[in-house]
Design a protein around this ligand. Structure first.
Ligand code: FAD
Ligand code: GLY
Length: 392
């Protein structure tokens, strides 16, 4: 079996393929689980602990609506499709894992605190409504009726009834359990040092002194995807790390200060059922510098305090840094690389948790049928090659 850059070159056999996946974040685990359910033999190789990369850091917002930005219409369609799949995906993951993943469906609120914020909110609201997103405009009083602890000066808000959230750490734990429950092989603390390419075709992955043979290799290494030590130069995806600092505060779970995901002008706040209040996130071009900074935390705490003044009494629970896998056009890179048999599932940037159902199902479908589903065709790695050709 081989999967080439052109889907017409696929030569499927009646047997299911043996698949090796590099990276056990939400993307690698999600694809692995879908394939294992379909009867494929799947091995995932993770150099650290499963779910401890970008997926560990995420706020878990499933924010197709409120994060929609001008210039990202194709991505919006992809995000909305994945958001639509989330309730069924959630049910299946929880049933397979045997525990809940902290999915909450109260929707999200975005607030404006001064006149400038209101102008920006209005501009984005009009764009998002034009895109068909389900949103409600609220005045300050209506916003405070939804969230009583909001700062009294809140001027206006938009409410998105479909932008929910999930606990991304519980999600990765559940995907890991579901994958292993289907007989998938997970090799943690096992780095892949190279992909084994023979005559232009990927035959497996190199692990220590061994080659683990596979019909298809999926490269799902998140922000570490552009790794010239492991991939041949022509297959390298244009992915870079985009640093995000985050922290969490501890609320009283019986009397939470907040019930909806809240997007304030300088920070977002995400209340979990266990009482944690996640506050995020900075967006920094700082390579893999994983240090928290005074300025980063100050911005987040100030942004949270302006929106919800009572946070000042809450104990700090945890603080951390993560790296978003940002691609050159901020959209995911999904499909065959230039090397036969090597697939890319990278570049999920700010939306990897939201896109987990769609990417998992679409890449599995591509592997099982040899054809990419329509929804991911625009996100093929080929778009960067076409761009390069057009420029030369
Ligand atoms: P990862 O989870 O990073 O997994 C990749 C894995 O590959 C890692 O575990 C790594 O160790 C492994 N690996 C790398 N190289 C090798 C190798 N050579 N051999 C073996 N293993 C290897 N998304 C949302 O949808 N909603 C949010 O609210 C949200 N908030 C975010 C907030 C922050 C601060 C950050 C940083 C991200 C956020 N994201 C959010 C984005 C989301 O976290 C990512 O898009 C998603 O987790 C990417 O998943 P992944 O599986 O591709 O990468
Ligand atoms: N999607 C939220 C973030 O990337 O911070």
């Amino acid at each position: 079996m081989s999967l080439h850059a052109s889907p017409t070159c696929f030569s499927g056999t009646t047997s299911t393929p043996e698949v090796a996946i590099v990276g056990a974040g939400v993307i690698g685990l999600g694809i692995g689980w879908c394939l294992a359910k379909s009867g494929c033999s799947v091995a995932i190789f993770e150099r650290g602990e499963a779910g401890r990369g970008a997926s560990w850091a995420a706020a878990g917002m499933l924010a197709a609506g409120l994060e929609a930005e001008p210039g990202e219409k194709a991505l919006l369609a992809l995000n909305l499709e994945s958001q639509r799949r989330w309730p069924a995906f959630r049910q299946q993951v929880e049933a397979a894992a045997g525990f809940d993943i902290g999915y909450r469906n109260e929707g999200s609120l975005r607030i404006a605190l001064n006149r400038d914020d209101v102008e920006k909110l209005r501009f984005d609201y009009e764009f998002q409504i034009e895109c068909g997103i389900n949103l409600q405009w609220l005045n300050g009083i209506e916003a405070r009726q939804l969230e009583a602890h909001l700062c009294p000066g809140v001027q206006a808000a938009t409410f998105s009834p479909n932008d929910h959230q999930v606990d991304s750490r519980r999600l990765t734990a559940a995907l890991k359990a579901a994958f292993q429950g289907q007989g998938g092989q997970l090799h943690e603390t096992t780095a892949v040092s190279a992909v084994d390419v023979v005559d232009g075709t990927c035959r497996g992955v190199v692990v220590g002194d061994d080659v683990h043979g596979a019909d298809i290799v999926v490269w799902a290494t998140g922000p570490w995807a552009h790794d010239p030590d492991v991939l041949p130069p022509a297959a390298l995806p244009p992915v870079r790390p985009i640093k995000g600092q985050m922290l969490s505060l501890q609320m009283n779970p019986k009397m939470p200060l907040l019930n909806h995901v809240l997007r304030a002008p300088k920070a977002y706040l995400v209340p979990r059922h266990d009482g944690r209040l996640i506050i995020g996130a900075t967006v920094e071009e700082a390579g893999f510098d994983d240090r928290l900074t005074a300025g980063g935390l100050l911005t987040l705490l100030e942004g949270a305090w302006q929106a919800l003044p009572s946070v000042e009494d809450m104990p700090i629970d945890e603080s951390w840094v993560g790296f978003r896998p940002g691609s050159r056009d901020d959209a995911p890179i999904l499909g065959p690389s230039t090397v036969d048999g090597l697939l890319l599932a990278n570049g999920h940037h700010r939306h990897g948790i939201l896109l987990t159902p769609l990417t998992s199902e679409a890449i599995s479908q591509l592997i099982l049928t040899g054809h990419p589903p329509d929804c991911i065709k625009e996100f093929s790695p080929q778009r960067f090659r076409k761009m390069k050709e057009a420029m030369s």
